[in-house]
Design a protein around this ligand. Structure first.
Ligand code: 5GP
Ligand code: MG
Length: 176
């Protein structure tokens, strides 16, 4: 850890593990034997994808997308672009977006529109974390949600600060 930075634990590895099993149960209940494409939003979603996918059945395939905000500042401002596109042909497929966190909702709204324009059969969203108090796009919601959290900057379990802390096994609040 960089001097002056601390991470205050918020959600433990055990809590994540238990909640992921709950999410997997919900997803299996809803999709049954239907094939699903798990579309992981890089980079933050990658640890979540790895753990969640191993709790789902054999009818899943995995692909990746990377959405970045551009413009000024560190907070997404609605100007989103994709700099890594899916490899699979998603037309007529049931796509489940696997996201680390929904904050303002701009990234997710962009991604959902992008997928709908590709004529997917369905798109649902599984997010590990949600900061509802920060939402600017009300319709950007998770269909499957791990944890709702307060308006704090969190790291760990895929989420970074300057590309660090992604490999922490828990989610914590970054204190600078
Ligand atoms: P949105 O477009 O919903 O505002 O932004 C979502 C993206 O912002 C997430 O995928 C994530 O990359 C980043 N983000 C939002 N809140 C946090 C946070 O508390 N910690 C980290 N590490 N990233 C966040
Ligand atoms: Mg993300």
């Amino acid at each position: 850890m960089t001097p002056g930075e601390t991470v205050e634990p918020l959600i433990s590895a055990e809590q994540i593990e238990t909640r992921l099993q709950g999410l997997a149960d919900e997803i299996i209940r809803d999709y049954g034997e239907k094939p699903i494409i798990l579309l992981c939003a890089l980079t933050g979603g990658v640890i979540f994808l790895a753990d969640l996918s191993r709790k789902l059945g054999n009818n899943t395939t995995i692909d990746f997308v990377r959405a970045s905000s551009y413009g000024d500042g560190t907070v997404s401002n609605g100007k989103v672009r994709l700099d890594c596109h899916p490899k699979l042909d998603l037309a007529s497929k049931d796509v489940l977006v696997v996201e680390d966190i929904i904050d303002t909702g701009h990234t997710l709204a962009y991604l959902k529109k992008y997928l709908e324009d590709m004529n997917v059969a369905s798109v649902r969203v599984c997010a590990l974390l949600d900061k509802p108090s920060r939402r600017e796009v009300p319709e950007a919601q998770a269909d499957y949600l791990g944890f709702s959290i307060p308006d704090e900057f969190v790291v760990g379990y895929g989420l970074d600060y300057a590309q660090r802390y992604r490999n922490l096994p828990y989610v914590g609040i970054l204190k600078l």
